[in-house]
Ligand binder design. Structure first.
Ligand code: HEM
Length: 134
């Protein structure tokens, strides 16, 4: 085994440990976006910048990556409502996220409801909107 094989693993586990710091992120494995909100609803200044790496090897695509994700999320949230599915009695099904470990952690598919915010929007118009957004 060479250093070039060991270092990325060490690097990944170091990043993982920082993102799972219980003191900074209580219950770190729970999906809780509210942890990045101040009590008044504004964003905290925590951008979890460790995900981009450090020093001279820091990701040069971080600004493009972050802006692209922000833009994609904002477009999706503007057009669709994301919610939990409901059972036959109308009660919401809780989501229990399952992750698959590998070189990266991957979220497993889970049921959720995605509906257009504008109920009058026809499907063709919606598809057109999605096409010009991506
Ligand atoms: C969500 C998106 C992205 C994430 C989470 C990410 C994360 C990372 C991380 C952790 C590294 C390793 C830094 C290190 O070794 O310390 C890296 C390197 C790199 N990333 Fe990204 N990246 C993303 C998007 C991009 C994009 C959009 C581009 C280009 C347009 C890009 C180009 C690169 C390059 C060229 C390197 C190698 C830098 C070097 O070793 O000198 N990345 N990225």
């Amino acid at each position: 085994m060479q250093w070039s094989q060991v270092l990325p693993l060490w690097h990944a586990s170091y990043n993982w440990a920082m993102c799972h710091n219980e003191e900074k992120y209580p219950n770190p494995s729970e999906f809780d976006p509210d942890r990045f909100l101040n009590p008044n609803g504004t964003l905290t200044d925590d951008t979890v910048s460790v995900v981009w790496g450090f020093g001279r090897r820091i990701c040069p695509g971080r600004y493009l990556g972050e802006a692209s994700l922000w833009s994609a999320m904002a477009c999706l949230l503007a057009v669709f409502k994301f919610s939990k599915t409901k059972d036959e009695t109308g009660r919401e099904n809780e989501i229990n996220p399952q992750w698959k470990a590998g070189i990266t952690m991957r979220l497993q598919p889970f049921p959720c409801s995605i509906t257009p915010r504008n109920g009058e929007m026809d499907i063709a118009a919606l598809q057109d909107l999605i096409r010009v957004s991506v």
